[in-house]
Design a protein around this ligand. Structure first.
Ligand SMILES: CC(C)(COP(=O)(O)OP(=O)(O)OC[C@H]1O[C@@H](n2cnc3c(N)ncnc32)[C@H](O)[C@@H]1OP(=O)(O)O)[C@@H](O)C(=O)NCCC(=O)NCCS
Length: 179
C-alpha cells in the first residue's frame, strides 16, 4: 500500500530502510524540533530500534517513509490516541535537511491527513510544533491546519523552556483529499 501525491510517495516503513533512515535522521537541527525520544546523534541502532517498535503495529499502516526518486527523504506518522482522545490522531514528521523548503513537507502532511480521515474512524488530526518552528507551522498552515492555541512555556527542549502550538484540522474542514 503506497500513497502517491504530487511527485512524492508515502510507503510503509520496512526494516530494510534502517540504513537510509539513520543517515537522514542524524541531524541536530531535526532533533532540536522533535521530542526527546528522537536522539542526536541518531545511530543505525536507533533506526533499527524504532523500526522494531513501530513495524509490528503498522497494519493498517500509520508510519510512512517519504520517498522521492526511490530514496527515503523523510518520515511521517499518524499516531493514534486512546481513551477520551481516541477520535484524534497526532501527526509528526521530518525531512532530510537537503530537502527542506521545497514544499515536500506540505505535500506529505496533506497526503497523510487525507489517508487518516479516509481510512480511520477519527474526526481530528493535530500537530504540536514548538512556537519557534516556523517551517513546520507554515507547512501545517499550507496543508489546511488551523492554529488552535499557543501554550506558554509548555515545553523544555535542550535546556530551553519554550512555547508550543497546537494546530488541528477537522475531518469536515479538510480540503486536500486525495482521490
Ligand atoms: C518541518 C519540515 C518537515 C517542513 O518541511 P518542508 O518541506 O521544508 O516544508 P515546506 O517547504 O512544505 O514549507 C515550509 C514553509 O516554511 C517556510 N519557512 C522555512 N523556514 C522558515 C523560517 N525560518 N521563517 C519563516 N518561514 C520559513 C518556507 O519558506 C516554506 O514556505 P513557502 O512555501 O511559503 O516558501 C522540515 O523543515 C523538517 O523536517 N524540520 C525538522 C523536523 C521538524 O521540525 N519536524 C516537525 C516537528 S512539529
Amino acid at each position: 500500500m503506497e500513497l502517491f501525491f504530487e511527485g512524492i510517495v508515502l510507503r510503509p516503513w520496512s526494516i530494510k530502510d534502517a540504513n537510509q533512515l539513520y543517515v537522514i535522521a542524524d541531524n541536530e537541527k531535526i532533533s532540536a524540533n522533535l521530542r526527546d525520544g528522537f536522539p542526536f546523534p541518531y545511530t543505525l541502532k536507533d533506526a533499527r530500534d524504532w523500526l522494531n517498535i513501530i513495524l509490528p503495529e503498522n497494519l493498517p499502516p500509520r508510519f510512512f517513509a517519504i520517498i522521492i526518486d526511490k530514496q527515503v527523504v523523510g518520515s511521517i506518522g499518524i499516531v493514534t490516541k486512546t481513551d477520551i482522545y481516541r477520535k484524534n490522531f497526532e501527526i509528526g514528521y521530518f525531512l532530510s535537511e537537503e530537502n527542506w523548503g521545497k514544499g515536500i513537507g506540505t505535500k506529505a502532511i496533506k497526503a497523510a491527513t487525507s489517508y487518516a480521515f479516509k481510512n480511520f474512524d477519527i474526526v481530528r488530526v493535530y500537530a504540536e510544533p514548538f512556537a519557534d518552528n516556523a517551517a513546520s507551522r507554515k507547512a501545517l498552515d499550507k496543508a489546511g491546519f488551523i492554529l488552535e492555541a499557543t501554550l506558554k512555556r509548555n515545553v523544555i527542549k535542550n535546556g530551553i523552556i519554550k512555547d508550543s502550538c497546537i494546530y488541528s484540522v477537522l475531518k469536515e474542514e479538510f480540503r486536500y483529499y486525495i482521490p
